[in-house]
Design a protein around this ligand. Structure first.
Ligand code: PLP
Length: 376
C-alpha cells in the first residue's frame, strides 16, 4: 500500500509537546508560538506573522482586514480550495472566478485584469502546488486599480517568486499547517501581514476583537473590545509540534524535492511519448515540492488510471472541482470571462503520492505502474 499522504513526523515532536505541557501554558501565543512566528518573520522574512487555527481562519482574517463586504467584488481563480472563496462570501462579497494558466494551474493575470470593475476590492491569488503565481503582473494590475492583493500560500511555505517568499509579496498572505501540507501540526495556519498599517488590527482581530495583545506586552493596563474579531489563535500544543517541523524545514524540503525530481525524471519519457503532461515551473519560481501531478487526456482516462493504480495499492487522487460549477459557487459568485482551461484542465489532473520520507522504491513502483498502464 502506498498512501497518497502520510502526516510528517520529523522527530522531536513528542518531546516538544511534553515540554509545552510541563511549562503549564497551553493557550495561544506562548513560548512555542512565539518561536514559530519569530521563525517565519526571520526566515521568510516578513513584517508580521500570526499563528492561526487554520489557513481557513487566516483567510477569514484577510477578509476582515481588507474590509471587503456586501457590494464588493473579489477576484480569484475558480480552481482553488473552498476556503479561499468562503472567507469572502462570509463577508457578503460577490466572488468573481477567473481562468487559470494551464501550465501552472495558477490564476491568469490577463483574466484578472479583464474581470476588474468599479466594485472590485481585492484579488486573492492561490499559489497552486507551491509554485508562485505571476506576482509582478498581478501587483501591477492591483496598483493600477487600487486593489488589495491577498496570497493564499497555503501550499507555498519555502517557495519563492523571484527570490521573495510566497505569502510576502501581496498585502497579506496565508499559510496552512494542515496535515496534508509540507509543514504541519494537524490543524494550523498563519497570517502574514506585509502592510505595516494592518498589523495592529490583525492582532486585535486574533484576540476576539480586543487589544489584549497590547495588554500582555504591558502597553495598556486593561483590555477592551475594540473591533470585530474572533478566536484566531493556535494552541501552544500545536505550536510545539509545528516548531519542530519549522526547525527541520530544510530537511523536509530537500526530502520532498528529491521525490518530486524522481517523479519528473522518471515520467519524462511518457510526456515525450505524448501520453501525459508534466507540471511546469516557470523561470523565477522556486517550488517546494508540495505536490506532484500529471495530466492525462481526459476525465475518463483519469478515472481508469486511478482504478489501475488502486489495484496495485497506490492511492492517486484528483483535486479541485472548479468552484464556479459548485452549488455554493453559483450562489456566491460567478465566472468572469471565458472558462478556457479551468474545467478541462481540472478534469485531467491527477496527484501522485508524495510525503516526507516516502521510499524511493515506492516512487519507482508508482512510475512503473503508470508506464504499464500506458503500455510504454
Ligand atoms: C489547504 C488549503 C487551504 C485550507 O487550509 P486549512 O489550514 O486546512 O484551513 C486553503 N487554501 C488552499 C489553497 C489550500 O491548499
Amino acid at each position: 500500500m502506498i498512501p497518497f499522504n502520510k502526516p510528517c513526523v520529523v522527530g522531536g515532536e513528542q518531546e516538544a509537546i511534553q515540554e509545552a505541557i510541563s511549562r503549564g501554558k497551553l493557550s495561544g501565543n506562548g513560548t512555542f508560538g512565539k518561536w514559530c512566528t519569530d521563525w517565519l518573520e526571520e526566515e521568510l522574512p516578513a513584517e508580521k506573522a500570526i499563528l492561526t487555527p487554520s489557513c481557513t481562519a487566516a483567510l477569514e482574517m484577510t477578509a476582515l482586514l481588507t474590509e471587503v463586504g456586501s457590494g464588493d467584488e473579489v477576484i480569484m481563480p475558480s480552481y482553488t480550495f473552498v476556503s479561499t472563496a468562503n472567507a469572502y462570501a462570509l463577508r457578503g462579497a460577490a466572488i468573481r472566478f477567473v481562468d487559470i494558466d494551464p501550465d501552472t494551474m495558477n490564476v491568469d493575470p490577463a483574466a484578472i485584469e479583464a474581470a476588474v470593475t468599479p466594485r472590485t476590492k481585492a484579488i486573492v491569488v492561490v499559489h497552486y502546488a507551491g509554485v508562485g503565481c505571476d506576482m509582478d503582473a498581478i501587483m501591477e494590475i492591483a496598483d493600477a486599480h487600487g486593489l488589495w492583493v491577498v496570497e493564499d500560500a497555503a501550499q507555498g511555505l519555502m517557495s519563492t517568486y523571484k527570490g521573495r517568499a510566497l505569502g510576502t509579496i501581496g498585502h497579506l498572505g496565508t499559510f496552512s499547517f494542515h496535515e496534508t501540507k509540507n509543514y504541519q501540526c494537524g490543524e494550523g495556519g498563519a497570517l502574514i501581514v506585509n502592510d505595516p498599517a494592518l498589523v495592529e488590527r490583525a492582532e486585535i482581530l486574533q484576540e476576539k476583537g480586543t487589544d489584549r495583545s497590547q495588554f500582555v506586552k504591558g502597553m495598556i493596563d486593561k483590555y477592551t473590545w475594540r473591533d470585530l474579531g474572533s478566536s484566531y489563535l493556535l494552541s501552544e500544543l500545536n505550536a510545539a509540534y509545528l516548531s519542530v517541523q519549522l526547525k527541520h524545514a530544510e530537511t523536509i524540503n530537500e526530502n520532498r524535492l528529491l521525490t518530486w525530481d524522481r517523479y519528473l525524471d522518471g515520467l519524462e519519457p511518457l510526456e515525450e511519448a505524448g501520453k501525459i503532461s508534466l507540471p511546469v515551473v516557470p523561470d523565477g519560481a522556486r517550488q517546494n515540492a508540495h505536490m506532484f501531478y500529471i495530466k492525462v487526456s481526459s476525465d475518463a482516462e483519469r478515472t481508469e488510471l486511478i482504478g489501475w493504480l488502486k489495484e496495485k495499492g497506490v492511492m492517486a487522487v484528483t483535486h479541485y472541482v472548479p468552484l464556479h460549477s459548485a452549488q455554493a459557487g453559483k450562489k456566491f459568485g460567478k465566472f468572469s470571462g471565458g472558462d478556457r482551461w479551468t474545467t478541462t484542465e481540472s478534469e485531467k489532473l491527477l496527484r501522485l503520492p508524495l510525503y516526507y520520507g516516502i521510499k524511493q522504491e515506492d516512487v519507482d513502483d508508482v512510475i512503473r505502474y503508470i508506464f504499464n498502464y500506458f503500455q510504454v
